[in-house]
Design a protein around this ligand. Structure first.
Ligand code: NAD
Ligand code: UDP
Ligand code: UDP
Length: 320
């Protein structure tokens, strides 16, 4: 395999999505050739429009549930809707994307000898009874609920990644990503940060699900992408899955208050029913990432929100 710090041909699946578009940008900045593959289910051309004329960037419309024959040195497998509203819209397609998509990308990695990264999720921990969550915790996941297509699909993908490693020696990197936010989140994707910001900027009520006392830990996208790249560069013995996220934990009410303060919004807070299987708390233990990758987030919530709000403000003014 070609070494990572040379110029590599890198495949990014889900490259037109929120995280994928930032990753493509970062890999181009590092001098690599980037092949962005996306079926545009939740991603948009707008996210990568500024990259389309780049001489080292190529876009391919393709669904990862279908085999893909390309020659690449590395693969980042991000294809999968991430917001509960989107992944529950067509749950069968969601689980197929995670499972068939993983099999196809692992088959590709095996054939060409590419190192392959999997965007897994904190949802593999379910509604956790261990807090914060270390990688050694096996989770508490409902296998038959409305979130299962995503949670169990991602768990099965992790199993496939580790089995392709053990059985075929495929060089895998599995990251468990905790809630991440930033510019290019889809304005209607239903995730809490984009929902609150769009509602606050439009002066619409801020929809707090339940009492809003459930917690999440929010990582700014630039920090996360730095973690991805460091993990891919890491050459030591395979550490197993690694948590990537910001360990500062906030209640959803606190998030709403920060968004209202920064936007100076007059939006009232309204309560809506708590969705089924909504985890009560979530915070990563990032000890392993700190130790193995020397990585920890640099951007704290207030600064990240200011940057994200500026993006949405411009987007809404442009009529999107
Ligand atoms: P996103 O919805 O913005 O991006 C997902 C991308 O995958 C979209 O461009 C979509 O069109 C594409 N896609 C979906 N199904 C596909 C298929 N079958 N074939 C090809 N492309 C397909 O979401 P995101 O936040 O950028 O998430 C990217 C990845 O990171 C996902 O795998 C998600 O599960 C994971 N993740 C994200 C977060 C987060 O907080 N953002 C947290 C945990 C895990
Ligand atoms: N695959 C792919 N691109 C490749 C090689 C394989 O999409 O370059 C797909 C292949 O179609 C298969 C899957 O990856 O469905 C798993 O491949 P593997 O070689 O592990 O399994 P097999 O082909 O033996 O079923
Ligand atoms: N949430 C909320 N209002 C919204 C959207 C989400 O109160 O408009 C809550 C949701 O119930 C959950 C948290 O915010 O407790 C994070 O939700 P999100 O969908 O962003 O991510 P996930 O539940 O997958 O962590």
């Amino acid at each position: 395999m070609r070494r990572y710090n040379g110029c590599s041909q890198i495949l990014v699946t889900g490259g037109a999505g929120f995280l994928g578009s930032h990753l493509c940008e970062r890999l181009l900045q590092e001098g690599h050739q980037v092949l962005c593959v996306d079926n545009f289910f939740t991603g948009t051309r707008r996210n990568i429009e500024h990259l389309l004329d780049h001489p080292r960037f190529e876009l391919m419309r393709h669904d990862v549930t279908v085999p893909l024959i390309v020659e690449v040195d590395e693969i980042y497998n991000l294809a999968c809707p991430a917001s509960p509203v989107h992944y529950q819209h067509n749950p069968v397609q969601t689980i197929k994307t995670s499972v068939h998509g993983a099999i196809n990308m692992l088959g590709l990695a095996k054939r060409v000898g590419a190192r392959i990264f999997q965007a897994s999720t904190s949802e593999v921990y379910g509604d956790p009874d261990v807090h914060p969550q270390p990688e050694t915790y096996w989770g508490r996941v409902n296998p038959v609920g409305v979130r299962s297509c995503y949670d169990e699909g991602k768990r099965c993908a992790e199993t496939l990644f580790l089995d392709y490693h053990r059985q075929y020696g495929v060089d895998v990197r599995v990251a468990r990503i905790f809630n991440t936010y930033g510019p290019r989140m889809h304005p209607n994707d239903g995730r809490v940060v984009s929902n609150f910001i769009v509602q606050a900027l439009r002066g619409e009520p801020i929809t707090l699900y339940g009492e809003g006392l459930q917690t999440r830990s929010f990582c700014f996208v630039d920090d996360l992408v730095e973690g991805f790249v460091r993990f891919m560069r890491h050459d030591g013995p395979l550490p197993g899955p690694i948590n990537l996220g910001n360990p500062r934990e906030f209640t959803i009410v606190q998030l709403a208050e920060q968004v209202i303060n920064i936007t100076n919004s007059k939006s009232p807070i309204v309560h809506r029913p708590l969705p089924s299987d909504d985890p009560r708390q979530r915070r990563p233990d990032i000890g392993l990432a700190q130790e193995t990758l020397g990585w920890e987030p640099q951007v704290q919530l207030h600064e990240g929100l200011v940057r994200t709000i500026a993006y949405f403000d411009e987007l809404l003014r442009a009529g999107h």
